[in-house]
Design a protein around this ligand. Structure first.
Ligand code: 0X9
Ligand code: ZN
Length: 554
């Protein structure tokens, strides 16, 4: 993975003068100039370093430097993207040591482009077979994702429904997803498995794997009995690109290490082209710190130029609000948010102090089962470092749906494309260990009623049933933010319904021995409510609600 350095210009330590070592050995960087912009402007090396952190104090010291940390597989090290001399100097001044995983990330990027071109050519010449479900041989660009989803919807009109998320991105791009199930236009109460990609712009395989699983389900429905069963019984929702602005910049506009979104100034939309200016490379909100669950706690930064900037407030960003709205409007009983890298299957809690979840037994069982398939380590999210405001820090505690972060790959955010094939199938470098079978298990777990709840009964055909719950989600400083879960289904022709849902009681309330209920309403399609019931249902349980008043008046 090492490449000979092309330019190893030693920039005189003018930058070092911008560093101050404060009392207690605390190292602080003065604000401007932006080290990333400087590193690019001066052709300094951008490197991937494995920083030794044998003790918690080392990890703590490293985290105060506000460098670009990657998730990493070892307990005794943290990988860092170091932008030029400035970042290496910060590490030195903090007394940290490291080994070099990649001494020239920009050089590696050019190598990757060459390798990808060669791979595509080999497929074209039939020297190797294109094996991904879609047949793709190179990383998608943003337009490919959009085009692929539209094409799937056109090809499989009864199994694929395209939708646009509630908000456009900061750069005003619509964000698209697809729902996949048999008879997709019927609102039929199936349990929902949600798969997300590309919260983080540079993590290209996270979008690829998401998209390929959608292709696989559609291609092999009626061929592979496991997939046929999944399409029969679950609704699988895909949003392959949560962060299109960042991804577009990373994939096509010359800043491939972009991680965050395009928030350049708090409270303001970016102007055209502003996000792509090198002076703004460090700016943006980390969407995976912007969710409301424990927002503002450890493992997130208050600085707009930090790679883990949490945003001006919880859900300040349209892109994270999109996921919130999507999850709040469906009974998402299983969620996988794909990231790179480190070969991990992560479950809640995201910070150690939260304590074990009340669902640890089944949460761990599912994580371990999936990890047995893809060969990753199955562990708590906090085991490497605490984080707060991540997707599942909100989604799990708000809905009880079992949410996982998958960190794909050994040591690169977007390695040569042929690796994506291996990640998916468990071939080549990852022989026998693939994500396809892990994803299938997640979909099958979604179907398993022991892992969610069921509300069933009789009701008038055509009536709209609604499950609603209002509560507050607590941020780190104790602020209570309103949350509303509100999903619907339609009673089928036979006059009985089965609705696969999340438990009515949230995990933290379960932990305290309390209960919560869903408010179930039976409505005319016009919205007129004919019957209202309180429904309390635990995980693994089923309750019956016969909507006789509604039936009598429908
Ligand atoms: O830091 C993140 O947002 C994720 N890692 S990444 O390298 N893809 O950026 C991990 C989030 C999971 N939570 C914890 N590690 N606590
Ligand atoms: Zn990530």
């Amino acid at each position: 993975m090492s490449h000979p350095a092309r330019w190893k210009r030693l920039v005189p330590l003018a930058l070092a003068a911008a560093l101050a070592v404060g009392v207690g050995g605390q190292v602080q960087a003065a604000a401007p100039p932006d080290p990333k912009a400087e590193a690019y402007a001066n052709d300094e090396l951008i490197q991937l370093l494995r920083v030794n952190t044998p003790t918690a104090a080392d990890k703590q010291r490293l985290s105060t430097l506000d460098l670009d940390l990657a998730e990493s597989a070892g307990k005794r090290f943290v990988d860092v993207v170091a932008y030029g001399n400035h970042d290496r100097r910060l590490l030195e001044l903090a007394g940290l040591t490291w080994s070099t995983l990649e001494d020239d990330l920009q050089g590696a990027e050019r190598e990757r482009e060459k390798a990808d071109a060669a791979y595509a050519k080999a497929v074209q010449n039939k020297a190797v077979a294109a094996t991904l479900p879609s047949g793709r041989t190179a990383y998608r660009q943003l337009a490919d994702y959009t085009g692929n989803m539209a094409a799937l919807a056109a090809q499989y009109p009864t199994k694929v429904k395209q939708f646009t998320l509630r908000n456009n991105s900061l750069e005003n791009r619509p964000i698209r997803g697809i729902e996949v199930t048999r008879d997709v236009n019927a609102s039929n109460g199936k349990p929902v498995f949600l798969m997300l990609g590309l919260h983080h712009a540079r993590e290209w395989p996270s979008g690829e794997l998401t998209m390929e699983f959608a292709y696989d389900l559609l291609k092999n429905d009626g061929v592979d009995p496991r997939i046929t069963n999944i399409l029969d019984k679950a609704r699988v929702i895909f949003v392959p690109v949560v962060n299109p602005d960042g991804f577009n910049l990373s994939r096509t506009l010359g800043y491939e290490m972009k991680r965050k979104n395009c928030r350049i100034t708090n409270g303001q939309l970016p102007t055209t082209g502003q996000c792509a200016q090198s002076a703004n490379f460090s700016r943006g909100t980390d969407l995976n710190r912007n969710y409301s669950g424990f927002w503002g706690g450890p493992g997130a930064s208050t600085s707009l130029t930090s790679e883990t900037y949490r945003g001006a407030s919880a859900f300040s960003e349209p892109e994270s609000r999109n996921v919130q709205a999507l999850v709040s409007a469906h009974q998402v009983t299983t969620l996988i948010t794909n990231h790179t890298y480190s070969n991990l299957v992560l479950r809640e809690p995201g910070y150690a102090g939260a304590g074990p979840t009340p669902d640890e037994a089944i949460y761990k069982a599912l994580g371990d089962q999936m990890a047995a398939q893809n060969g990753y380590d199955s562990q708590f999210s906090y085991e490497l470092y605490d984080t707060t405001g991540t997707t599942e820090d909100w989604s799990y505690y708000a809905t009880g749906g079992l949410g996982f972060t998958f960190e794909h790959g050994a040591n690169s955010f977007h390695p040569a494309f042929s690796n994506v094939v291996n990640y998916y199938f468990g071939s080549g470098s990852t022989a026998g260990k693939g994500n396809r079978s892990a994803f299938l298990l997640a979909a099958e777990s979604t179907i398993n009623p022991a892992r969610h709840s069921v509300v069933t009964g009789s009701g008038p055909a055509g009536a709209v049933l609604r499950l609603k719950k209002s509560f507050t989600t607590k941020t780190w400083n104790g602020t209570q933010l309103p949350d509303v879960l509100d999903s619907t289904m339609v009673v089928p022709a036979g006059g009985t319904y089965t609705w696969h849902t999340n438990p009515s009681t949230r995990p933290t309330v379960v932990q305290q021995g309390g209960t919560e209920s869903w408010t179930l309403t039976c409505e005319r399609p016009t919205g007129q409510v004919l019957e209202t019931r309180q429904v309390t249902v635990a995980r693994g349980a089923s309750v019956t609600a016969n909507l006789t008043t509604c039936a009598a008046n429908f």
